[in-house]
Design a protein. Sequence first.
Length: 122
Amino acid sequence: MPTHEIVEAVRETQKNIVRLAKRGDPGTGMWGSASVEACLTNLIAIHMPSLSRRMHQKLFVGYGPLSSFSAKLDLAYCLGHIPNNLRRNLHAIRKVRNAFAHATDLFHFNDTQFNGDRGRIA
């Protein structure tokens, strides 16, 4: 998949996350961010011509240097694959995803704790 198609898939997924998040279901937000993260992994990996399965595992899985959503976002930006405004928006999505993933209390996307991030995502 060409780079521009992957970036467009990331943007489209971002729009879907916004639509789903407005419904307030944490699972849909987590699904959406996982979809974006998979697109970023592909975006970075296609520019690594010598990337074997073993090296992919070492870099992108477990405690590898590119295993985190944050690392992938920043690397994709630094390589010029995504613009800074998209990077900032996706970091906001990542923060919301992490809040839902590690929550011990029930809350909703419209709760005040997401006011700043919600503005970036929408």
